[in-house]
Design a protein around this ligand. Structure first.
Ligand code: SF4
Length: 889
């Protein structure tokens, strides 16, 4: 886990979330990779979360796509590229430019994005290029553009630390942006007077730092912030000077906001009037206010209106562009911001220019010297895949993303790719739910192999560096696109020798005919030498030619990017969207968990990260579970008109009654049937085209398992016979959860399928209907398997370590069969701290038997929470539970 800073240490950037942490990566002579947070990187100052800390465990080549493939068979790059070029050219010739499409990703580097966008919008002549960032922050983009005239994040991370009031809306920072969360924790510890308000239907781990939790009704955000605007007016809390000097449209926005009483807002938000008043009073009296928002705001059919309602309040108070003030949208992906800047979305041109703006089209075309330039937006992600399904798109190229799992109506995406005449997938992983549909699969370079720029949520551009050899014949995505462009006849415009030359061209474009009327200007980078590109230090934009790098805030004194340089107040149209369908009893919301990233293609390779939550689950309120006759740890089916999935029930009052939470990560590679997006209808925000993934009607019923199983095995077995399975990596093998509906299923047959042959030790309890078996190969255990009519109760955290232990003795073999350690051993319980593999039972012991009553004392005793800090909220929760119990005794 630790790494020195020797000569083989290189500075790079984390490839996961939009915090954009700097990393020091080192390689050993054996090829191992270890990482540390970069203490000099301004995003993280040395911190890393559990995902970033485990990056070194994800760089092996075990599941990599190593060579180009046509129809699943290895081929040469030239054959693959020729085929792509001819299929795309044929479709364009026969059906026009809009018959082809690119679906790209926030995982791509800026250079990849730039080349893809240039080819599609300037040479093919279509805007059918969209990014999976459409799914996470398109509503913020739309909200920024209609208020500011461009997609500008006004503030910096420092503002979150300097604020006296931090409002977190629909944002589980503790798990989704952990390092930024840790920065806030530290700021609040040093300034306890700083207040944090969490606006969130669920009680997430982020509540740990909240002074006030507002458990808002789904999609009640517009009402909450319109109510705030009206309250500020009523209490003389507005900045009339700022409104008059730098904005337009205030009267209409205020009139709309003032239309409702506090009682009506209470109904719409589901919040008590007294709680609303307390929140509004806090906002009124606190000048230094930052409102942070992410997917809980964006992933809604009213996402753009929510963003507008938030921005309206900041404009009305002039709390924008100054230290510790402003609306702050935080992005999900490592280069979602880079994709926005470079025009990776179907409705934008490069460098924050607009397709609808004739001057911008002219600038773009003249800079590219391209034969054409698009003059209308292309299809956004959801519409794009519908068009593929409907036969309008004849060829699609998917780069670095897994739409079969991540898009709403995910089964429709499968259908679309099945019917599409030609599908290209560029990826690092050979087998994903999407590569299964590839006519041509192209091996891309992964983290540590590719090089280029990324931009984080505070407009800070950093470098991802190459420090590992590329496996097989993997190549950079920008190179793949440029090769196809050349074959399509555009040699002159895509003759990039390296990533640095792409970056320079992009930087020059941002400054081209830019007299300060466009926000995005990184002209200073247009002269970068190869050495300067290699040694790139993080820099926040704008970074104009001739200027020194500096931290910047926007809009302190207006200067918005509208025609009159004034911000536009908006009147939200969808104040109270009624997306809830009353024929369904429950509402599901989707989200992330602490230790996994997106569809687990990388984090799923780390056994450390798989310890925390190893199986797809649903959080369900105990009262609902009782109504539905569902007990803890039983399996449940969640279903609606779009599909159904099977997941484990986790009973908790963190969710309110009638609502459930499901994580987004599991795919067909890790579970039998847990792709939650097959339940999510493709309802989108009318302005941003972003799908609503947080307010999905569903029904729930108990899954009728005749037998539940749990296994730990050395080899990965074929699990297709089971009605339910979920598999995760553990040290030396795999941990597997199973269930089967057939009451007559043969125990021994199942065990053989999972464990294979060997020396057997087994036990059957006919009265309870339980069966346990361990299979040995000499002193090593090949695997253990437990079967029971009720959810299997064994010590999973102990068992997953037994594959690497010796089992010569009878006692140790019987312990295996028992599924837990003997008196001498310790059942550490479910893993809480992934970095040091500390379990819940150990923390409870430290609290109850060793007198640890604070986070530092638990850290001192067990090291838990002392590395990345991602688990501190969970440790605090255990402390809260047991310290209170002790005090009461
Ligand atoms: Fe990576 Fe974690 Fe930092 Fe996000 S917070 S960039 S996942 S280390």
């Amino acid at each position: 886990m630790t790494v020195g800073r020797g000569e083989n240490t290189i500075k790079t950037t984390c490839p996961y979330c939009g915090v954009g942490c700097g990393i020091l990566a080192s390689t050993s002579e054996e090829g191992g990779v270890s990482v540390l947070g970069d203490p000099e990187h301004p995003a993280n100052f040395g911190r890393l979360c559990s995902k970033g800390s485990a990056l070194g465990e994800t760089t092996d080549w075990s599941d990599r796509l190593l060579y180009p493939e046509i129809a699943g068979t290895r081929t040469h790059w030239d054959h693959a590229l020729d085929l792509i070029s001819s299929k795309f050219s044929d479709a364009i010739a026969a059906y026009g430019p809009d018959s082809v499409a690119f679906y790209i990703s926030g995982q791509l580097l800026t250079e990849d994005y730039y080349v893809a966008n240039k080819l599609m919008k300037g040479y093919i002549g279509s805007a059918n290029i969209d990014t999976n960032s459409r799914l996470c922050m398109a509503s913020s983009v739309a909200g920024h553009r209609r208020a500011f005239g461009t997609d500008t994040v006004p503030g910096t991370y420092e503002d979150l630390e300097l604020a006296d009031l931090l409002i977190l809306v629909g944002s589980n920072l503790a798990w989704c942006h952990p390092v930024l969360y840790q920065r806030i924790v530290a700021a609040k510890a040093s300034r306890p007077e700083m207040k944090v308000v969490l606006v969130e239907p669920r009680l997430t781990m982020t509540n740990d730092i909240a002074d006030i939790h507002l458990p808002i009704r789904f999609d009640g955000d517009v009402a909450l912030f319109e109510g705030l605007l009206a309250y500020l007016k009523e209490k003389n809390g507005l900045n009339e000077e700022y409104i008059a000097a730098y904005t337009t449209g205030f009267d209409a926005a205020l009139a709309a906001a003032s239309h409702y009483s506090l009682a009506e807002i209470s109904v719409e938000t589901g919040l008590e009037i007294s709680d609303l008043e307390e929140f509004y009073r806090l906002c009124l009296k606190t000048e230094k206010t930052v409102t942070v928002y992410s997917q809980g705001v964006n992933q809604s059919i009213a996402g753009t209106d929510k963003v507008s309602a938030i921005i309206n309040c900041h404009l009305a108070t002039g709390r924008i562009g100054r230290e510790g003030m402003g609306p702050f949208s935080i992005t999900g992906q490592p280069n979602a911001m880079g994709g926005r800047e470079v025009g990776g979305m179907a409705n934008m041109l490069a460098c924050h220019m607009d397709i609808e703006n004739a001057d911008h089209r002219s600038i773009t075309q003249r800079f590219w010297n391209s034969p054409m330039i698009v003059d209308k937006p292309g299809l956004k992600a959801v519409d794009l895949f519908r068009a593929i399904r409907d036969g309008e798109i004849k060829a699609v190229w998917i780069m670095g993303t897994n739409p079969v799992d991540s898009l709403p109506e995910a089964d429709l995406v499968k259908e679309a790719l099945e019917t599409c005449p030609f599908v290209v997938v560029s990826d690092i992983v050979q087998r994903t739910d999407t590569t299964a549909y590839a006519d041509v699969a192209l091996p891309s370079e992964g983290w540590g192999e590719k090089e280029g720029l990324v931009t984080n949520s505070e407009r800070r551009i950093s470098r991802q560096q190459r420090f590992l050899p590329s496996p097989g014949e993997a190549r950079a995505d920008w190179w793949q696109i440029a090769q196809v462009a050349k074959r399509m006849g555009y040699e002159y415009a895509f003759d990039f020798p390296d990533a640095a030359s792409v970056a320079r061209e992009y930087a020059a474009m941002s400054a081209f005919e830019n007299d300060g009327d466009r926000d995005f200007d990184i002209g200073a980078l247009s002269h970068m030498t190869a050495r300067e590109f290699a040694d790139f230090s993080p820099v926040q934009w704008p970074f104009k030619d001739g200027e020194n790098p500096r931290s910047t805030r926007f809009f302190t004194k207006g200067e918005f990017y509208t025609s009159d340089r004034k911000a536009r107040f908006q009147v939200p149209a969808k104040r109270n969207p009624k997306s809830f369908n009353h024929t369904y009893s429950y509402t599901l919301t989707t989200g992330r968990i602490r230790d996994q990233w997106h569809t687990m293609t990388r984090t799923g390779k780390s056994s450390r990260l798989s310890q925390h939550l190893a199986e797809p689950f649903v959080e369900i309120h105990p009262a609902d579970a009782e109504d539905l006759r569902i007990k803890e740890a039983e399996l449940v089916e969640i279903y609606n008109d779009h599909g159904s999935i099977i997941v484990r029930a986790l009973l908790t009052d963190r969710v309110s009654q009638k609502s459930v939470f499901l994580p987004m990560h599991w795919t067909d590679q890790f579970a039998s049937n847990a792709r939650i997006n097959c339940l999510v209808p493709a309802n989108t925000d009318p302005y941003s085209g972003q799908p609503a993934s947080k307010n999905v009607p569903c029904l729930i019923k108990r899954f009728t398992a005749s037998y539940y199983g749990f296994a730990v095995t050395r080899e990965k077995p074929n699990l297709s016979k089971f009605d339910y399975w979920a598999i995760a990596k553990c040290d030396g093998g795999w941990r597997i959860e199973l269930a089967i509906e057939d009451r007559t299923a043969d125990y021994a047959e199942m065990a053989k399928d999972i464990l294979g042959a060997g020396e057997i030790l087994d036990y059957q309890d006919q009265r309870k209907g339980e069966y346990r078996i361990a299979v040995f190969d000499g002193g090593d255990v090949k695997g253990v398997f437990y079967l029971s009519p009720t959810p299997v109760s064994v010590s999973r955290s102990w068992l997953v370590n037994q594959l690497c232990a010796s089992h010569e003795s009878k006692i140790s073999r019987y312990e295996l069969l028992a599924g837990r350690p003997g008196a001498e051993g310790q059942d550490i319980g479910a893993i809480v701290c992934s970095c040091f593999s500390v379990g819940r039972n150990q923390i409870v012991d430290a609290v109850t038997k060793k007198g640890c009553v604070t986070l530092p004392s638990v850290g001192g005793c067990l090291k838990a929470g002392t590395n990345c800090g991602s688990c501190r909220s969970e440790i605090q929760e255990i402390l809260n539970e047991f310290v209170v119990i002790q005090a009461a005794e």
